[in-house]
Write a protein that binds this ligand. Structure first.
Ligand code: ZN
Length: 145
């Protein structure tokens, strides 16, 4: 699989990680998926409701999650993935991320935010047996990364 952003959505994603630094940001990616790629058509910021350790954990508000699902349906879009940031840590899934990623068939986008500045952004898919993540191609329409 591959995931393709338009430049505005990609900027919005990167900005979110900076806005919440040094806490993790989290959000939902809306769009459409075809055989070989997912096309992002909306970046929806979610609140990180993890009060204990928001600098290295995130939790969605379940009601907010349901509202986004409903709005996506109304706009004729699907939830194609989820994103969060790793403040001052690499853009790779942690063991915690693996333990808490529920569904194959989605993109899990992780960005590294070092000293308040968003750096690498990578996207992963969960293997069918949920034992590991597989990195997938991330592209921005009209840009060479
Ligand atoms: Zn993580």
């Amino acid at each position: 699989m591959a995931i393709v952003f338009n430049p505005a959505d990609y900027e919005e994603l990167r900005r979110h990680g900076q806005d919440t630094y040094p806490h993790e940001c989290c959000g939902i990616l809306l769009g459409t998926s075809q055989a070989e790629q997912r096309q992002v058509q909306g970046v929806v910021r979610m609140r990180n409701v993890n009060a204990a350790t928001p600098e290295n954990r995130f939790d969605f508000d379940p009601r907010e999650h349901l509202r986004v699902q409903r709005e996506a349906r109304e706009r004729g879009l699907e939830i194609i993935g989820f994103y969060h940031s790793h403040p001052d840590h690499p853009a790779r899934p942690s063991q915690f991320d693996l333990d808490h990623a529920s569904w194959p068939g989605y993109s899990y986008v992780i960005m590294s935010v070092a000293q308040g500045k968003t750096g690498a952004v990578n996207s992963f898919e969960l293997a069918e047996d949920r034992s590991h993540f597989i990195q997938e191609e991330l592209a921005v329409a009209g840009a060479d990364l």
